[in-house]
Design a protein around this ligand. Structure first.
Ligand code: SF4
Length: 483
């Protein structure tokens, strides 16, 4: 079957052609669109006929057939243009004009949507539609769900027609370039650029920097991305070339010095001992994963409100007792928070000390649950009040290992403390290596085959478990350090 370029791939390609190609080589990659949002957008205009085909070129043919047959409103239209197919949620046909609606799970319009609107307009024109308007539907941030969602209240509408007109030719040409990229046998050569970090850190960053000296300019903590890229383009990549750069702060230069001089870990024993002796048994290690559904699953919720769907918990009942693991992962139901809160209360022994890494997030999740479920408020508030932050001793520099490269995130601390332990390496995890990937994978669970959903669940459980097992190991290492 021919591999047509879709809107989703167009958007990825706008970020980076190399990213598009790499993603295409990966089997089982999570898809980034939201079927629920699209279903709502399809009902933005009442009635109409639906294009049911799933294969992109058939979807385009069916759109034309329905339009020629006199349909006024067509849901799930598609427009084939060369090796690309632009898809949308809705096509409304008037006597001499057409209005195309497309949706995206974001709160604010971004530049890339202008290019996508241009791509849709160009493809629709190639299919013979005239006087086209292209409208973007985004969830309204003020929307609060009360019962069934009315798409007219839920969506904010942005008229992208002017932008689309300006960009349609460029977007069409670009879609052809991206189509060729998809067919490329070898990896396209694309140097690092600002989109490697925008809107988030690209998951192929390690891959694209594998031939660089390590550590390098991108490891310098709290240095602005533009400055990093500027230094990179000047050839100032390895630490040796950065050592005396006046654009770096004293702390950044210290980070580089310690790394180059292979300084052994710096331990403030008194402060670290005080932190460790502030912990008590039962001792728990807790980590949540959450996602932000664009379509609120329950009443009184806004679009993109945080919904915890998973936790991992390691428990040590008393000194010397074995470490017990407990976990929760939602079955993919709309709103798993009540089930999660109930199990959390059962799993955490009463009065336990709860350690989280960067406790702000775990505290916020537990507070949210306490506010939501009046009957569980008291035990949840007790759990929240007993949360302590394992990031604090690193943030306060009670323990610093040069291999942390100035960062105190668990992804930097754990491998620095256990550099040779493959069991504690995030790189060795299958498929899901960070919170964003966990969130994206969970959000697609409902649309996956049962077999694939089981695989994703296994990866989610492994990922979250490593976060709390990592915390257990970090505490062990800190205890050794103060002996
Ligand atoms: S790291 Fe940068 S160059 Fe590499 S694939 Fe990602 S966006 Fe493209």
């Amino acid at each position: 079957m021919k591999n047509y370029l879709s809107n989703e791939q167009f958007r990825v390609g706008c970020r980076c052609r190399r990213l598009l190609w790499l993603q295409e080589q990966e089997k089982n990659k999570p898809i980034e669109f939201c079927l629920e949002l699209s279903a709502l957008a399809q009902n933005y205009v009442y009635g109409g006929e639906t294009v049911w085909e799933t294969e992109l070129s058939e979807r385009s043919e069916e759109t034309l057939r329905l339009a020629k047959g006199g349909a006024k409103v067509i849901k799930r239209p598609a427009f084939k243009a060369g090796d690309a197919v632009a898809v949308a949620d809705l096509l409304v046909l008037h006597k001499d004009s057409a209005v195309i609606y497309f949706s995206y799970p974001a709160l604010n319009p971004r530049r890339v949507f202008c290019r996508e609107a241009g791509f849709i307009m160009a493809a629709a024109e190639i299919n013979g539609f005239e006087n086209i308007k292209v409208m973007l539907l985004l969830p309204r941030k003020e929307f609060v769900r009360h019962g069934e969602i009315d798409p007219r209240e839920f969506f904010a509408v942005y008229d992208m027609s002017e932008e689309a007109k300006m960009l349609r030719d460029k977007s069409y040409i670009f879609s052809r370039v991206l189509g060729e990229t998809l067919e490329c046998r070898g990896e396209p050569e694309v140097d690092l650029h600002k989109n490697c970090f925008n809107p988030d850190s690209c998951k192929y960053f390690e891959h694209c920097t594998k031939d660089m000296p390590y550590p390098n300019v991108f490891k310098v903590a709290r240095l602005n991305i533009n400055t990093k890229l500027q230094m990179y383009n000047e050839g100032k990549i390895g630490y040796e070339s950065l050592r005396n750069d006046s654009r770096l702060t004293e702390n950044q230069r210290k980070q580089i010095r310690m790394s180059m001089d292979k300084v052994p870990p710096v331990v403030k024993k008194k402060e670290l001992s005080e932190f460790l002796s502030s912990l008590w048994y039962p001792l728990c290690f807790l980590d949540f994963e959450s996602w932000q559904p664009p379509v609120p699953p329950s009443d009184n919720m806004h679009p993109f409100e945080q919904v915890a769907f998973q936790y991992s918990l390691h428990v040590i009942e008393k000194e010397g007792a074995p470490v017990i693991h407990r976990e929760f992962l939602a079955e993919g139901e709309a709103d798993p928070r009540e089930a999660l809160a109930k199990q959390l209360i059962c799993d955490i022994p009463e009065g336990a000390c709860v350690l989280a890494y960067n406790k702000q997030f775990e505290t916020m999740v537990v507070s949210g649950l306490a506010n939501m479920f009046e009957d569980m408020r008291e035990p949840l508030e007790k759990i929240r009040d007993n949360i302590n932050d394992l990031m604090a001793p690193f943030q306060k520099k009670y323990y610093y290992d040069r291999r942390m490269e100035g960062s105190f995130s668990i992804k930097a601390v754990l491998p620095a403390l256990y550099p040779d332990d493959p069991e504690l390496s995030y790189d060795n995890l299958p498929e899901i290596h960070n919170g964003s990937q966990a969130m994206l994978s969970y959000s697609t669970l409902a649309d996956e085959t049962p077999e694939r959903a089981r695989e994703i669940r296994r990866c989610l459980l492994r990922y979250c478990q490593l976060d709390t097992l990592g915390m257990v190991k970090i505490v062990e290492k800190l205890r050794e350090a103060v002996k």
